[in-house]
Design a protein around this ligand. Sequence first.
Ligand code: PEP
Ligand code: MG
Length: 559
Amino acid sequence: MATESTTITGTGVVAGIAYAPAIWVHARPSLPEPGATVAEEARDAEYERFTVAADTVAERLAARADTVEGAAAEVLKVTAGMVNDRGWRKAVRKNVNDGHPADYATVAATQKFVDMFEAAGGLMAERTTDLRDIRDRVIAELRGEEEPGLPSITSERVLLADDLSPADTATLNPELVVALVTELGGPTSHTAIIARQLNVPCIVAAGPPINEIPAGEPVLVDGASGTITLDADEETARAEVASSRERAAIVAQWRGPAQTKDGHRIQLLANVADGQAARLAADTQAEGIGLYRTEMSFLSASQEPTVEEQAAVYRKVFDAFPDSKVVIRTLDAGSDKPIAYATLQHEENPALGVRGLRIAWGNDGIMVRQLDAIALAAEGRGDDAPTWVMAPMVAREREAKWFAELCRERGLTPGAMIEVPAAAIMADRIMPHLDFVSIGTNDLTQYTMAADRLSPSLAYLTDPWQPAVLRLVKETCRVGELTQTPVGVCGEAAADPKLACVLAGLGVTSLSAASTAVAGVGAQLADLDLAQCQEVAEAVLNASGATAARQIAAEMILG
Ligand code: PEP
Ligand code: MG
C-alpha cells in the first residue's frame, strides 16, 4: 500500500532529482547579548584579539580558495575580502572603543551592514548571508570553538541549511552532497551560483517547514519542480533518480548549436543580470546573451550612474561574449524591481504602473542616457557580435516607433519585449518599426491571466503553459513570419525543455533562458522534428488549460 507523503515547495534553481538521507550544516555560534563592558585600558588588546581572529578566518578562507577553481574560488576570495573590509573592521574598532567586548562589537558592526544591505534590497540583500557567515566564523574563532559550517560527509546526503554560506558551498563534494535545500536564499544567492557550477540539484527559499526534517530522514528532492518529498516510496524515488541521471548524462553530452532532429535551427541564448552571470554563461553552450536585465545592476544605486559609469557596467557583459550576439534590455525599473532614481513612489498597483519603458515616456532623459551608455559600451564590437537593444513593457505602436528612432540615431539595433497582451495583439503595427522582438512570457502570462506573478496562491494561473498565453505567442510568430522579424522568447517558458519545443513549433526563432537550462532545452529539441514540434504546439493551443496542456505535451514528447 502506498504511504502518504508530505511535500514542501521552494524555488528550484538547479534541475535534477536526488534521494538520500538529510544532513544539517554545523550549528552557528550563539550570539552574545549586549551589556558586558571592557575597561578602557584593555580596549586596544581587545581589538587586537578581534584582529587576530579575523585575520585567521580570512587566511583560512583564502587558503581554501587556492584548493578550488572557478566560481567557487571567486566566492571564497570575495568572502575573505569581506573579512578584510576596512569599513567593517573600522565599525568593530569603534564598538570596542565604546567598551564592547570583541564578540559583541563584531555582532553590532555586522548588523549595521546587514541593515544597510537589506534596505538596498535585491541582490545586495542576498549578500547578507555572506556577512552573517563571516561574523559567525570570527565569533567561533574568538571563543576557540569549531568553525561553523559543513559537517564531514562520508556517504550520499541531501544537505539542509537555513542558508548556506558561500564558504560552505564552495568546498562541498558533489559526489556526496547529492542535493542542496535551503530555508532562505534566492535564485541569485551564492548557494544557487555554486550549485549551478557543481550541477547539484538545488532548491532555495523552501521556508520554515524544512526545519522539521530530522537529520537522517530520507528525502526526495526535485530541483526542476522545487519540491522536497518526505516519506517518498523508496523504490519509486530510486527509479526517478535513475531516470533523471540518464537524462542528465544525455544533456551533459549535448553540444550546440541547437537544432531540431531534422536540422531546423533555433538560437539558444542566456539570460543574465551582470558580468559574473555572463562569464558563467560563456562556459555553457549558450550562443550569446538573449536578455541582459540592466536594472539588476542598479537596484542599490541611489543616484543615476553617469553614462561612463553605466558603460563600464555593460562592458562587463559584452566582454563575456566578444564574438556573439548580446541582447541588452533597457531599464525595467518599477513593480518588483524598484530603483531609487527611476521608480515612482507609492503607486497603488506598481505592476500596472509606471514601469519599464513607461518611466521614460514624456521624460526621455533616462532612456537617452542609457542608450548613449549602451552605444559607448558596444563601440568596437564587430559584425559577428551584434548588439541588439530592446525596451520592456511596450504596449503601443508609437512607443515602438519612438524607441526605434532613438536606437537607430545611435547605430543600435532596436527591438521590443512582447510582454503586454496589447503588444501581441498589435504585433502587425508594432513589428514593422523594429528589427526583432522577444516575448517575455513571465509578464505576458501575468497580464493575460490578470494574476500577480509574485502570488504563490495564483501559481495555477501564472503558468506559461496557459493556452491563452500560447495563442498570443502564436499571433506574434505569425506576424514575425509575415514581416521577416525574428521572434525570441526570453521568459522562464524558454527554460522548460518541453515548452521550448512547443515554442519552436509555434515559430519562435530563438530561446533565452538561465544558462543552466540551455543544454536541457537543446537536448530536448534535438529529439524532435520541426513537424512534431508543430503538432504538439497545435494540440497544446487547443487544450482546456495549463495542466491539460502540460499533460498533452508530456504524452507526445518522451524524454
Ligand atoms: C518576462 O517578463 O518574461 C521577462 C523576461 O522579463 P522580467 O522577468 O525581467 O520581467
Ligand atoms: Mg517582464
